[in-house]
Design a protein around this ligand. Structure first.
Ligand SMILES: [Ca+2]
Ligand SMILES: [Ca+2]
Ligand SMILES: [Ca+2]
Ligand SMILES: [Ca+2]
Length: 435
């Protein structure tokens, strides 16, 4: 009896441990976390194009257009995310700018992963594409800022909007003045609808240094745009190529962040109206007025003086805003001699935090060293950085994008395809590649 009990006991132990060995408890599945991008901005910032919950990352625009991008040349694909048929599936617009053959310039709308509309672009040299619902009909619309051809004397481009409905589009000039609009910003400058401010970096020479930067007031109807003057003289923005409207100081009025070429040219010294070359914030005073006497200057990064994008997020989820600036190389032209030129070579991400209106470098994220295996790396430009949770852990990551970086057919960037900077638990960023 005792033996039987003992054997039974042994059998129990063996069968239990056999189960344990043969069928180990599977590890718990990784917990995926979904960021609700619509909650990342609030208040008046939701009227600005900086608010865009429909962004997607790593889209191979060139493949969608069935083109192979050349290593050098002025063919570029500018893009922006949106939701053009209002069904909560992310869409995007591509704007082709072909500097050699502007008659090829096209606007292509991709809805629910299919090309739904393609038509001739109204611009010769688009440089920025923004998306927001301008007329509050629930369908996102498109704003195009353009420079015209980027060489010699040219009249430049006017700012255009494209109103979209699921099956139709209406193209409208809202800028009354052609010019070198390398950037512009969209947001409720007066009233509650998104208005448009365009920045002509050449206007100090073509229109007049003390003439003012223009904005266009949106009354909600397609023909209702009214041109007005800000109080910003054109001379101040002569080296401004990037801009965003964002309520930095949280007073309910959109502020303007400006940057571009972050160095003083020699001629600035003798100019009675020198440009503001420092990257800076102009606090909004309302109705198109900005506190131009008290610009908030942001830290310089020497030799990385070309800004390609500005983003504002609470990226580390500590309830304070960070300013995220994407830069590529560049410095005063005279300094290139006798060194070989370095301009638009790779990128660097500067993240700023604020201490009592003083913005300081919190982190500077350096690109992977593999970028330098190709000596002509200025091919990667332009960049539009996206703040996006790539690995679904609800920590926001940084995706530096460009048409060529995304294009699988652009083989010289194969070694960094899928590049992003993944936020870690300690809020530092690690180089990663999306498979
Ligand atoms: Ca609309
Ligand atoms: Ca403000
Ligand atoms: Ca923060
Ligand atoms: Ca993440």
């Amino acid at each position: 009896m005792r033996n039987i009990k003992y054997i039974l006991f042994l059998w129990l132990i063996i069968s239990c441990s056999k189960d344990d060995i043969l069928e180990p408890t599977p590890p718990p599945p990784p917990v995926l976390c979904e960021v609700d991008y619509s909650t990342l901005q609030s208040g008046i910032n939701r009227t600005s194009t900086h608010y865009q919950p429909s962004n997607e990352v790593f889209i191979d625009y060139a493949s969608m257009l069935n083109v192979t991008l050349s290593k050098f040349g002025s063919y570029g694909i500018f893009s922006a995310g949106g939701d053009f048929n209002h069904n909560s599936i992310n869409d995007y617009v591509m704007v082709v700018t072909d500097g050699d053959n502007p008659s090829n310039n096209e606007v292509i709308i991709v809805v629910d992963n299919e090309i739904s509309l393609a038509f001739a672009s109204p611009q010769v040299g688009t440089r920025k594409v923004s998306v927001i619902d301008l007329n509050q009909d629930s369908y996102d619309d498109i704003i195009l800022f353009g420079t015209g051809p980027d060489i010699g004397d040219s009249p430049g481009d006017k700012t255009h909007v494209i109103y979209l409905t699921p099956n139709n589009y209406t193209v409208k000039e809202v800028g009354l003045i052609s010019g070198y609009h390398h950037t512009g910003a969209v947001g409720a400058i007066e009233g509650t609808l998104p208005d448009i401010l365009d920045i002509d970096a050449q206007a100090a020479f073509t229109i007049g240094a003390t003439e003012k930067v223009k904005y266009y007031v949106n009354n909600g109807s397609i023909d209702g745009w009214i041109q007005k003057d800000t109080n910003i003289p054109y001379y101040l923005v002569s080296s401004t190529y990037q801009s965003e409207l964002y309520d930095i100081n949280k007073d309910g009025i959109l502020d303007l962040i400006l940057g571009g070429h972050e160095w003083a040219e020699t001629w600035y010294d003798s100019s009675p109206t020198p440009p503001q070359w420092r990257t800076h914030i102009l606090l909004g005073l309302g109705n198109g007025q900005f506190d131009i006497s008290n610009p908030i200057l942001l830290p310089i990064i020497e030799n990385w003086g070309v800004l390609t994008d500005i983003d504002v997020y609470d990226i580390d989820n500590d309830s304070n805003l960070e300013i995220i600036i994407t830069r590529t190389t560049g410095r005063q032209m005279e300094e290139y001699q006798p060194w070989p030129e370095t301009f638009y070579d790779g990128h660097i991400i500067q993240i700023l935090k604020e201490d009592n209106a003083d913005w300081y470098n919190w982190q500077i994220i350096e690109q992977p060293s593999q970028i330098f295996t190709d000596q002509n790396i200025h091919i990667e430009w332009p960049y539009v950085t996206k703040i996006y949770d790539v690995n679904k852990d609800c920590l926001l990551d940084i995706v530096p994008e460009s048409d060529k970086l995304n294009a699988k057919s652009f083989s010289s960037l194969n070694n960094i395809r899928g590049l992003y900077y993944e936020q870690q638990e300690d809020n530092t960023f690690k180089i990663k590649y999306k498979k």
